[in-house]
Design a protein around this ligand. Structure first.
Ligand SMILES: C[S@@+](CC[C@H](N)C(=O)[O-])C[C@H]1O[C@@H](n2cnc3c(N)ncnc32)[C@H](O)[C@@H]1O
Length: 308
């Protein structure tokens, strides 16, 4: 029987990307199926410019074994030690975490993990709040709608390309009304600093990037970090790659990428998505303001008000 063509074979005239399962500095993409510590040990010292990751939160997701919290911190610490070793002096680590929840009590993981970076002398530059609109509806506490990105640098001489990530001004037409610049536009022509609170939709069921992974990054979130904290051809690494969102954000912005994922189903999806991204065929939500529904739309009318 004739073998069915895979989606990639159907588009064989597209630019194709060689994805290696081992690391070499010259690889455009090194994606490893297996445990991140083993892979990290093959990456030479001071070779990575940016590490962006969202590790397991130890909350019992299908891809993790729940550990005692102190054991979890030790385990995370050993991955962080290796990441710091492999990071360039001008490099950054962005560790994205939420809360560990124990019998209804929330324990913020960023606070517990802070010292794993500080003990290497790394400096915290921002604690970015990633705010999103959808999640569990809690009945005995306020529903959680943000997670945190700890952005650490290895030295004071770090890459930060603010112009690459400016966002639209609220009042771009505003002018100075007094002083030496009176009458001139007062805001930056390329937009404003995006601040440390980022409103980017999380990947839920009807998001264009949704895969079978229960907690994937939106590409736009990683893209901001890639654009701000690296230059073209730099190496971007994710030790907990999932379905490859970090690698995708790197590849579409002409960076070299590497990552490790221990589950084969997620790894296979990551490889396929990275190939599609390289070929310019992966659909992803661009980094644009969150949609606000029109006030007249039937869905925004409160049906209960009709009953007075
Ligand atoms: C929170 S998810 C990351 C999702 C990812 N940011 C994305 O956009 O798809 C964590 C991932 O780490 C993987 N993982 C857990 N422990 C690992 C380890 N020791 N080495 C490699 N991957 C691991 C899990 O299978 C899971 O897919």
């Amino acid at each position: 029987m004739k073998k069915m063509a895979t989606p990639l074979e159907l588009f064989s005239d597209e630019p194709s990307l060689t994805i290696s399962n081992t690391f070499a500095p010259s690889n455009l993409a090194s994606l490893y199926w297996g445990e991140c510590l083993s892979f990290l040990k093959t990456i030479p010292d001071k070779s990575i410019q940016l590490i962006v990751t969202s590790p397991p939160y130890n909350i019992g997701k299908p891809y993790e074994t729940r550990l005692d919290i102190s054991e979890y911190i030790v385990q995370q610490g050993s991955v962080i030690d290796e990441c710091v070793r492999a990071l360039q002096p001008s490099g950054s680590i962005c560790w994205e975490v939420g809360n560990y929840v124990n019998n209804g009590e929330i324990i913020p993981l960023d606070i517990l993990l802070y010292n794993c970076f500080r003990r290497h002398g790394m400096k915290l530059r921002n604690r970015v709040i990633w705010h999103f609109g959808h999640g569990l509806h809690c009945s005995r506490r306020f529903s959680g709608r943000y997670e945190v990105i700890l952005w650490f640098t290895k030295t004071d001489d770090y890459v930060f390309n603010l112009n690459a990530v400016r966002v639209p001004q609220k009042y771009p037409g505003k002018k100075h009304f007094k002083g030496p610049n009176i009458g001139k536009y007062s805001s930056h022509p390329r937009g404003k600093n995006p601040s440390d609170v980022w409103d980017i939709p999380n990947v839920k069921n009807n998001h264009v990037e949704k895969t079978t992974h229960p907690c994937q990054f939106p590409v736009a979130l990683v893209q901001r970090l890639v654009l701000a904290l690296t230059n073209e051809n730099d190496l971007v690494f994710d030790p907990f790659l999932g379905v490859g969102s970090t690698a995708i954000a790197g590849i579409i912005n002409k960076r070299r990428v590497a990552g490790a994922e221990m589950r084969q189903d997620y790894y296979d999806i990551a490889v396929e998505r990275v190939r599609l991204a390289y070929a310019g065929r992966l659909k992803f939500r661009p980094d644009k303001p969150v949609y606000e529904p029109e006030p007249g739309l039937s869905l925004v009318k409160n049906p209960f008000l009709a009953f007075g």
